[in-house]
Design a protein around this ligand. Structure first.
Ligand SMILES: [Zn+2]
Length: 221
């Protein structure tokens, strides 16, 4: 039986498995990242190459978590629990290859100031020019990604760095097959950032940035 079918039947014992399905182990992804592409009758799981070396029980948990997302269900299984334990600890094993001088400095400042220097340094990189996704923390590759729009604004970089390092530190909390990342404890910690006005300033900065890009006219050749 395929791993996908086994994962599906473990999650939905009463449903029939009627999909063309496959797992692709791709070199395109970093470390332990993964996603799923779903159409009406097919499920294609893209897992990074590193997943090949992970036990089948944990791979089933990963696939079940992705199935929960695709089918908007919130079912919990032992495999999902195993996967959650794995993904919360995997950062210890990940080689740190990505860094950037601006982000390195921000990391050092924020780590000293809010975490007593206790956070192990993750991979750090700038992402796209996005002002909807300002930052993210990828558990599967232990990477903090910060939107490129902040490259010239260390003040905001520190705030977003702080938010993402809180994710690295506090991980997530799972209940009934769902993961909660922004818990009330998280929000309380987030408010400890030195500048209480930072959210307002950030909104203002983003509004200005959007306006600027609105008026960016096509170049006339
Ligand atoms: Zn967050």
């Amino acid at each position: 039986m395929s791993v996908i079918k086994e994962a599906f039947e473990g999650l939905y014992p009463d449903k029939e498995f009627c999909y063309n399905s496959k797992i692709k182990y791709s070199a395109k992804f970093n470390d332990y990242n993964a996603n799923v592409k779903y159409t009406q009758d097919s499920l294609c799981f893209n897992l990074s190459k590193k997943w090949k070396g992970v036990s089948k029980e944990i791979q089933i948990g990963l696939i079940q978590s992705l199935l929960n997302r695709v089918f908007k269900t919130k079912i919990r299984t032992t495999n999902i629990d195993l996967y959650n334990i794995f993904i919360k600890r995997v950062h210890y094993t990940i080689e740190k290859t990505e860094s950037d001088p601006i982000l390195d400095e921000s990391f050092e400042r924020v780590n000293e100031k809010y975490f007593f220097g206790m956070i192990e340094k993750p991979n750090l990189k700038f992402g796209k020019d996005s002002f909807s996704k300002l930052g993210s923390y990828e558990y599967g590759s232990d990477t903090v990604i910060i939107s490129n729009v902040f490259k010239q604004s260390p003040e905001f970089i520190d705030y977003i760095m702080y938010h993402e390092l809180l994710h690295k530190k506090h991980k997530f909390y799972s209940k009934n097959g769902r993961s909660y990342h922004h818990t009330s404890e998280f929000k309380r910690k987030e408010k400890e950032f030195e500048d209480p006005e930072i959210e307002k300033k950030l909104e203002f900065f983003l509004a200005k940035y959007r306006l600027k890009s609105l008026f960016r006219l096509p170049k006339i050749i």
